[in-house]
Ligand binder design. Sequence first.
Ligand SMILES: Nc1ncnc2c1ncn2[C@@H]1O[C@H](COP(=O)(O)OP(=O)(O)OP(=O)(O)O)[C@@H](O)[C@H]1O
Ligand SMILES: [Mg+2]
Length: 233
Amino acid sequence: MAYIEVKHSTKRYGTGSNQILANHDVTFDIEKGELVVILGSSGAGKSTLLNILGGMDTNDEGQVMIDGMDIAQFSSHQRTNYRRDDVGFVFQFYNLVANLTAKENVELASEIVKDAMEPVQILQEVGLGDRLNNFPAQLSGGEQQRVAIARAVAKKPKILLCDEPTGALDYQTGKQVLQILQDMARKQGTTVIIVTHNTALALIADRIIHMRDATVQSVQLNPVPQDIATLEY
Ligand SMILES: Nc1ncnc2c1ncn2[C@@H]1O[C@H](COP(=O)(O)OP(=O)(O)OP(=O)(O)O)[C@@H](O)[C@H]1O
Ligand SMILES: [Mg+2]
């Protein structure tokens, strides 16, 4: 059995004639420790899928097996625990707490789970050892996104879900952030799923899931993912 197995998952928003099919009969597998890129145009259903995988939203039909458990059948209490203990999120606009320092933002995450990583150590790993006491407004976009990654990773999540993580960053800063995400998969064995519009990012992934009109159009395996350092996009 694969680490993640989504089977015939369907999600609708709204009711009656206003109903939108956001995910339709979505099926795919992901293995543990893979770096996965989900591609698709605006409205294709990528964020919907990511939110369902992370227990932030629920589907209407189908199975969402994570490490042998169907999270689609979870109670809201189980889903809260799953989100807290097993999932890290990275968003396009960082979502840091403005009146907490970089270190305090990461502590916020590490305080809520047992066996979390040490906030200072993880901030050092993302290259922010000398920015611990800066507030988000005193950091560049790329630095803020690295704090957000440190925060997500501090919990040692089983899966790290990233929705357009480089969408607000310039090219070089985006590459730094992608490098950290690729290292998370390679060195820590974290399963990293990145949603993006940028088709060039397919090259860095182990697996590429193409979405279109609420469905999975294709799944490609990439036996030799490209190193970020040599990526041009
Ligand atoms: N909470 C919601 N209520 C109603 N409709 C929604 C909701 N969330 C998403 N949708 C609709 O579901 C469809 C899929 O949306 P989704 O956000 O998953 O797309 P996406 O692929 O992430 O797009 P983008 O690249 O623009 O972020 C869209 O038609 C969207 O309008
Ligand atoms: Mg989206």
